[in-house]
Design a protein around this ligand. Structure first.
Ligand code: CA
Length: 547
């Protein structure tokens, strides 16, 4: 009945007045009112309507379950303080709920405990049996599972920064006999894996910043940007520049060294890095934009061809002339060593999809979503529908989907952005090369990481690589405490770092110590809670996820 009401405009107006933030009016096209379920998906307008995507049509045919999709943009959705209160929907796809929200809504009975419906979910049930780490990662404090996860294991996310440098600009320095002192390069050296110390790299950036040279040849000698990145972004940030000083930096300034949760900001090498970056900033080698712009701004500006060097996930999306850029090995520190940190970006993501308690047939709806975990559907959700041309028409070896990289004038990125709904997928290590071939750019990135980045992962005193912090499972009290301390600590660190680097003089040791002192309680609390949760995680994984 509720679904029919949605169709009646007059009622919609009344409804929207009574219940602000109702989902009404944001729906896709053509609902006939006879669908089995209505699911709200958070998506931007440039992503195609799920209701007409071939993969969802195929799912409907396969399961006999008809789902009507309605949409919120990210902005609409984030303005809604209580999306679970939206009338007329059975589930939220791309809910993005935090641990705290999942636990809170679950405890109050507003979203469904999915683990109670495993009999209707053979695929998900098997995943939980086969992968105790995933089971552990997606549980809430009360032991229930309140959301369907996204799992995509490619080994890419841990290393989100590669340093690229403009080969043409280096060639110009060589041609003009203008290489900085201490840098000896032949043109034949200018290939992927360029070996530079941080001091040499800085000297090259100083040349790129030389106001007398028009490196990009556009007629202006002052618009070159020596080094570019997006501070505080999940990828393409300056973490590995800081790491080059001998500290396992990442975007959260937090990592696992020898089994211990560790904040990098307390490390003397971290402070030395911030001091040095202040000098790079004052010299104009890095610009204020790197601290203020979004990743879209960074990508748009890269098209102008004025980046001498940049950190990013891959070069192909940043610049129009990727062949002109080569990979620099992680910069050598004064002691001759190279270091990179690992990010905390996870390949198991919680909170992708929640079922509302108002759903009249959770088992039915979950049996539909259970199909999403099959490689054939996961691949299409992740890359776009087979019938939209996301894959080559022929299966390789009779069973493997091969992504189609050729979309005419449309870039692979644009195609995927418009055609792939993402969300609940299960693409694990063992799927690649068996049921789905990795996208060529993903496998290229993996090759680059293996050759030029991963070998330099920071090692603890034990000789083991530092590790990402996995999805940790917190108690309710811990979640509440983290809510109090964690995000404010993150903001404080960002704000101190940004003003220290962009200051008119290098930050003093005293100001750093004061900053640490002011945040001591937060640092210690977050560390202790993370550590306790990590220790439990290790115990539970060892027990096979039955804890
Ligand atoms: Ca220029």
């Amino acid at each position: 009945m509720k679904k029919i009401i949605i169709m009646i405009t007059a009622v919609v107006v009344w409804f929207a007045c009574v219940i602000p933030y109702a989902v009404l009016g944001t729906s896709g096209g053509g609902k006939s009112g006879d669908q089995d379920f209505t699911v709200l998906a958070v998506k931007e307008d440039n992503v195609k309507d799920y209701n007409t995507m071939p993969v969802f049509e195929e799912l409907a045919e396969d399961t006999g379950i008809d789902v009507y999709w309605t949409f919120n943009t990210g902005a609409q959705y984030s303005n809604n303080p209580d999306p679970v209160g939206i009338n007329g929907i059975d589930a939220i796809y791309h809910s993005g709920f935090s641990n705290l929200k999942l636990s809170d809504y679950g405890k109050r009975g507003r979203i469904v405990a999915i683990d109670q419906y495993l009999d209707s979910m053979p695929n998900f049930k098997k995943i939980l049996e086969d992968r105790p780490d995933i089971a552990e990662a997606i549980k809430s404090p009360d032991g229930h599972i309140y959301s369907l996860p996204r799992v995509e294991e490619m080994g890419l996310k841990q290393y989100p920064n590669i340093l690229f440098i403009n080969k043409k600009w280096l060639e110009k320095l060589i041609d003009d006999n203008n290489l900085p002192q201490g840098v000896e390069l032949e043109k034949t050296d200018l290939v992927d894996g360029l070996d530079l110390s941080r001091a040499q790299f800085k000297a090259i950036l100083q040349k790129f910043n030389d106001q007398g040279i028009d490196f990009d040849g556009d007629g202006s000698t002052t618009n070159e940007i020596p080094l570019s990145f997006v501070s505080n972004n999940w990828q393409g940030n300056e973490s590995d520049l800081i790491a080059s000083f001998g500290v396992p930096e990442n975007a959260q300034h937090k990592t696992i060294v020898d089994g211990k949760i560790t904040f990098t900001v307390e490390d003397d090498n971290w402070f030395r890095a911030i001091q040095e970056l202040n000098s790079w900033y004052m010299e104009g080698l890095i610009r204020s934009t790197s601290y203020t712009w979004t990743q879209d701004d960074f990508l748009a500006n890269g098209q102008d061809g004025r980046y001498g060097a940049f950190y990013w996930w891959e070069k192909e999306t940043v610049v129009k002339n990727p062949d002109d850029y080569i990979i620099v090995l992680p910069l050598k520190d004064d002691d001759g060593n190279r270091y990179v940190g690992v990010s905390n970006e996870l390949e198991i993501e919680k909170g992708e999809c929640v079922i509302l308690s108002s759903c009249e047939d959770p088992a039915g709806l979950l049996s539909y979503f259970d199909k999403f975990f099959e490689p054939y559907y996961s691949a299409q959700l992740n890359y776009g529908s087979k019938d939209s041309g996301a894959f080559l028409p022929q299966l390789k070896d009779g069973k493997m989907l091969v992504p189609n990289d050729n979309h005419g004038s449309q870039s692979a990125d644009d195609f995927r952005m418009q055609n792939a709904p993402y969300g609940v997928v299960y693409l694990t290590d063992e799927q690649w090369g068996v049921t789905v071939q990795m996208e060529s750019r993903a496998s290229l990135r993996l090759e680059r990481l293996e050759a030029y980045v991963k070998p330099y992962t920071f090692k603890g005193a034990s000789g083991n690589d530092v590790q990402s912090i996995p999805n940790l499972n917190y108690t309710e009290d811990e979640l509440t405490e983290l809510n109090t301390y964690e995000s404010s600590l993150g903001n404080n660190i960002t704000s101190w770092v940004t003003s220290a680097i962009r200051g008119n003089s290098a930050p003093t040791r005293e100001s750093w110590q004061n900053f640490l002192e002011e945040n001591r309680k937060s640092i210690d609390t977050v560390t202790a809670i993370n550590q306790a949760a990590y220790d439990r995680y290790l115990t539970n994984i060892a027990r096979g996820g039955n804890g």
